[in-house]
Design a protein around this ligand. Structure first.
Ligand SMILES: C[S@@+](CC[C@H](N)C(=O)[O-])C[C@H]1O[C@@H](n2cnc3c(N)ncnc32)[C@H](O)[C@@H]1O
Length: 288
């Protein structure tokens, strides 16, 4: 079995060689200094879908990049959180944030937005409290390679797996994309959930390079039908899943015009039967 950090085969999109240097900071500056339309849609979807988690499972975000916005709203519903990506550059940014080091990216505006979605108090005290609660739940910031059958290099499953904008970014062809999604699907426990966002019908997305034309990073070109034909074969129940296509209108020239949102239930009996940390009352309020 190859270790997760092993260099990728050259015909694949190897982020260590295929993207320009300083990806983490450029990605943050391109997409996260404000809250773009796609992120508003994803965060709203996740706030609703995380509330369906039962038993306070362990969570992992695979291909998380230098980002924490997609796990911020999982905090009330999960026991622990792991952040995993292929690029060391991204992991360094995450460590800076987790350890509250100088120069760490400021996610306060996202935390405020997420608390507002929860109709919770979004004062600066509560923003700090949510971010501290997230830091307290992060157990690992680690390397992963979605093109390896063993994505983490260890046999481990999670009740909640996040996988946002990564499968299509890490691959160029549909066979590679199917393999990446299948590899990550194996990390989901029976009865567990996988949460995804994907660019739709595009061959690339863009990341800015200061002083130069923006970088076009190649992607596998997929749509919702590719998901629907793959998911039952890799253990997910389409009947119990939510799949939505949303036009976020950020421009086909950036590769983020339409996106696909997925909250997927893996077939089988849940392993983790621990009583959820949140009350039934809380769940009703959050989903109504
Ligand atoms: C478009 S970014 C998405 C980042 C974040 N999940 C988000 O939603 O903004 C794609 C991410 O996939 C990661 N990636 C690329 N190839 C990968 C691989 N083989 N295994 C794991 N992650 C990979 C990149 O390092 C990058 O962080």
């Amino acid at each position: 079995m190859s270790p997760p950090g092993e260099k990728l085969n050259s015909e694949k999109t190897d982020y260590r060689t295929a993207v320009a240097p300083d990806f983490a900071r450029r990605y943050l500056d391109t997409y996260f200094t404000g809250i773009d339309a796609d992120e508003k849609v994803i965060c709203t979807f996740l706030a609703e879908e995380y509330a369906k988690l039962r038993g306070s499972p362990d969570m992992i975000d695979i291909g998380c990049g230098p980002c924490i916005q997609h796990v911020l709203s999982s905090v009330p519903y999960v026991k622990s959180i792991q952040l995993a990506d292929y690029l060391e550059d991204n992991l360094d940014e995450l460590r800076k944030w987790a350890q509250e080091q100088g120069g760490a990216f400021d996610w306060n505006h996202f935390t405020e937005f997420i608390l507002q979605l929860e109709t919770a108090d979004s004062s600066s005290v509560e923003i700090t409290a949510r971010e501290s609660a997230l830091r307290g739940k992060i157990t690992h910031i680690r390397q992963a390679n979605v093109l390896n059958e063993s994505v983490l290099g260890e046999d481990r499953q999670f009740g909640a797996v996040g996988f946002f904008y990564c499968a299509e970014a890490a691959t160029r062809t549909k066979p590679e994309w199917r393999k990446a999604v299948s590899n990550v699907a194996r990390l989901v426990e029976p009865g567990g959930r996988m949460f995804m966002a994907s660019c739709r019908n595009t061959d690339f997305y863009t990341v800015e390079i200061p002083g130069l034309p923006e970088e076009k990073i190649p992607t596998a070109n997929v749509d919702e039908n590719d998901f629907k034909s793959l998911l039952p074969d890799i253990g997910f129940s389409l009947n119990d899943s939510r799949i939505e296509v949303v036009n976020v209108g950020m421009g086909a020239d950036h590769g983020v015009e339409d996106i696909i949102l997925l909250s997927l239930l893996k077939k089988g009996e849940p392993i983790n039967t621990e009583v959820a940390a949140h009350s039934a009352h809380d769940i009703v309020n959050r989903t109504s």
